[in-house]
Write a protein of this length. Structure first.
Length: 217
């Protein structure tokens, strides 16, 4: 079972893993959210898609913060019953609030699971689940983590990006304009668009550069 939902940062690494598993004829259950990209992204895949109504804690009003422990308990119970019925052999949690109840329920049922951390700083959900995970897969060597269960493997890539590894890189020669492409979006786009211009101004004092930004808002 793959548990990932909400933003592309969680979904696409899970999709890359799912593609490899499907090539090996392994049945995939996917737990996501109705509010995310899952429906349109996975509609043409041979994946059994399920949805959770669980919502995170950030940005909630006082009342919902107070009732969050109860709601989390209810969601863990729902996840427990779901896993008890489906009985997956293994669970892959790709980060995000959605993974917390399913990771905890998997631990209760002794279903081994791993967590995938795409960022340099581990997210809240993965920090909650990491004591119970069998393996912790990291994107960056620099991610601060001392557990012997942590392995730095990079970010999972989908098939359409694999061929890019065979294309030789082209670098600017001395004196030529340096082109920098910035890729970003989803919930981190505003941060990129507000902080990067200041970084660019600093860089222009050091090197002759030209910058592209494809981040949304």
């Amino acid at each position: 079972m793959i548990c990932a939902g909400g933003t592309g940062g969680h979904i696409f690494p899970g999709l890359a893993i799912a593609e490899k598993l499907l090539d090996q004829k392994i049945k995939i259950l996917w737990m996501g959210t109705k509010r995310g990209l899952e429906k349109q992204t996975l509609c043409n895949k041979s994946i059994s898609l399920f949805f959770s109504e669980f919502k995170g804690v950030r940005g909630l009003g006082l009342w919902r913060l107070i009732t969050f422990p109860f709601r989390l308990f209810v969601e863990v119970l729902k996840a427990f019953l779901f896993l008890l019925k489906q009985r997956p052999s293994y669970a892959i949690c790709c980060g995000g609030y959605l993974t917390v109840p399913f990771g905890l329920a998997a631990k209760i049922l002794s279903i081994p699971f791993c967590i995938i951390e795409q960022n340099a700083v581990m997210g809240t959900a993965n920090r909650v689940l990491q004591p119970f995970a069998k393996t912790i897969f990291l994107n960056f060597d620099a991610t601060i983590y001392s557990s012997h269960r942590a392995i730095s493997v990079g970010n999972p890539l989908r098939k359409e990006f694999e061929r890019l590894a065979t294309i030789p890189p082209v670098f600017s020669r001395n004196g030529e304009q340096l082109n920098i492409l910035v890729l970003g979006g989803s919930l981190g786009a505003l941060f990129l668009n507000t902080r990067l211009p200041a970084c660019f101004r600093f860089c222009k004092m050091k090197i002759k550069s030209f910058f592209y930004s494809t981040s949304g808002w």
